[in-house]
Design a protein around this ligand. Structure first.
Ligand code: KIV
Ligand code: ZN
Length: 512
């Protein structure tokens, strides 16, 4: 019989550490709800000691979720553990996740601690966390570069103190699959009380090996995989949930493991994460990239038409791609819209539904088929971002071969309406200049990119911007059939994220 692998999703914590990927509390709540629908076992909702914004978002998620465990991250200190517990205590299934580095290089240069002190601090932290909840995870940061026997000693002590999960992170993405597999086997064989805890792994993708290392660890006996949607995360990112899940799903003979994941929710949540964080999925990304199921070579296309299994090892439907592609059109009513949104995981109030319905009708007038991705944009922009400081109310642009591009813009800033007009080198430049004038923005535009959200010339144009101000970097995303409007929305979204970062300075020093 297959064994169970627990899926621990850290999109909201390690994923949010991707440069520029801050999310507001409503967006985090939305993502957490969708992660629960996907079927992950644990959601690491944030690092409550890092900022008040993180604390609030974790508390809201803890109160909302009914089935999934909600974890809060804490360094091995009382202050951090108090904050983590304060944020997760109302969860149906709370978890405290505490960590301390165990590699010689981290102990010497970062912690300035001897090995014995590290063991003692780990034990104290686990015991303290245990005084709040039975569900305590201990991570040995930089485990893959730690002395193996010392690592076993720390884990033995942490389990003795009450840790129910022990995590082996490849914090800097340094491990090689065969080496990591051997290391996990070693830890399992040489930690006497390991049977009392679940062995977990947490890999980073600096060498592009995060998924391979995670699978190797599962072969060696790890039974919790720490992952993020689309593999987002610190630096080159974390192990991607969809890659691990679809590897287990596609190769059951080699890896006979079960999870609780509903694979058909993979594609929708991948889109949602990209929309909410502003981080685009690279086209050739395994499983969820735009080209993952596209066959370019004629010989491949011919084979796939005769039998999809000639060149397709997975069915697009299995990950929820092409599911209900043609959803609604301009004749669809409020009832059909409510049903569809419910199916997507949105339970909207009547007032919210009215707002979405109006936007949906506007879109359906411009676009024949309104698909789930379009609805996701409407809800994200119309409902999840309503607490934003800057809102785009109105944009009018004139441009052409013989006129100077000009934009008239109306914004609300903290609920107050303001408007102005301005010029630029092109219509987008004119819109951005005017928005900057109205908001007083001093940010620098580092990147601007446009893509189409779905097929067809009437598809929504999706714009991503990357902004920098005083060392803070934020991504912004906007979508609209008109790419100038999409650009303005993306710019306003980026400015809002910068405001969020300014209002929520990281109180805990960055550590991973
Ligand atoms: O990469 C890392 O070591 C971490 C730990 C907190 C698990 O993110
Ligand atoms: Zn990490």
């Amino acid at each position: 019989m297959s064994e169970r692998v627990y899926v621990f999703d850290t999109t909201l914590r390690d994923g949010e550490q991707s440069p520029g990927a801050s999310m507001n509390a409503a967006e985090k709540l939305r993502l957490a709800t969708q992660l629960e629908k996907l079927g992950v076992d644990v959601i690491e909702a944030g690092f409550p000691a890092a900022s008040d914004g993180d604390f609030d978002a974790v508390s809201q998620i803890a109160r909302k979720l009914k089935k999934t465990q909600v974890a809060g991250l804490a360094r091995a200190s009382k202050g951090d553990i108090d904050r983590a517990w304060g944020a997760v205590q109302d969860a149906a299934k709370p978890r405290i996740h505490t960590f301390l580095a165990t590699s010689d290089i981290h102990m010497k240069y970062k912690l300035n601690m001897e090995r014995d002190e590290v063991v003692k601090n780990a034990v104290d932290a686990v015991r303290y966390a245990k005084s709040f909840t039975d569900n305590v995870e201990f991570s040995a940061e930089d485990a893959s570069r730690s002395d193996r026997d010392f690592l076993c000693k720390v884990f033995e002590a942490a389990i003795e103190a009450g840790a129910t999960t022990v995590n082996i992170p490849d914090t800097v993405g340094y491990a090689i699959p065969s080496e990591f597999e051997e290391m996990v086997s070693y830890v399992i064989a040489h930690t006497p009380n390991i049977g009392q805890a679940v062995v977990s792994v947490h890999c980073h993708n600096d060498l592009g090996l995060a998924t391979a290392n995670t699978l190797a660890a599962i072969r060696a006996g790890a039974r919790q995989a720490e992952v993020t949607i689309n593999g987002i995360g610190e630096r080159a990112g974390n192990t991607s949930l969809e890659e691990v899940i679809m590897s287990l799903h596609t190769r059951p003979n080699y890896l006979p493991m079960e999870t609780n994941i509903n694979t058909e929710e993979i594609y929708p949540i991948s889109r949602l994460v990209s929309m909410i964080t502003g981080i685009m999925v690279q086209p050739n990304k395994a499983i969820v990239g735009a080209n993952a199921f596209a066959h370019e070579a004629g010989i491949h296309q011919d084979g796939v038409l005769k039998n999809p299994m000639t060149y397709e090892i997975m069915k697009p439907e299995t990950i929820g791609l092409n599911r209900n592609k043609l959803v609604l059109g301009k004749h669809s009513g409020r009832h059909a819209l409510r049903d569809r949104l419910k199916n997507m995981g949105y339970d909207l109030s009547d007032e919210e539904l009215n707002l979405v319905f109006t936007k949906f009708k506007e879109l359906a007038d411009k676009k024949k088929h309104v698909v789930d991705e379009d609805l996701e944009v409407i809800v994200t922009e119309g409902i999840l971002r309503t607490s934003d400081i800057f809102q785009l109310e109105y944009l009018h642009v004139t441009s052409g071969t013989t006129v100077l591009p000009m934009a008239s813009v109306k914004l609300t800033i903290n609920g107050r309406s303001v408007k102005d007009a301005g010029y630029g080198n092109g219509p987008i430049d004119a819109a951005f200049n005017t928005i900057a004038k109205l908001t007083g923005a001093e940010s620098e535009l580092l990147r601007f990119s446009v893509s189409a959200l779905s097929g067809g010339t009437d598809a929504l144009g999706e714009v991503t911007v990357r902004l920098r101000e005083n060392g803070l970097v934020a991504l912004g995303k906007g979508a609209d059939p008109d790419i100038i409007i999409a650009s303005a929305k993306a710019y306003v979204n980026g400015l809002n994220r910068l405001e969020y970062l300014k209002a929520n300075p990281i109180q805990a020093s960055q550590f991973m």
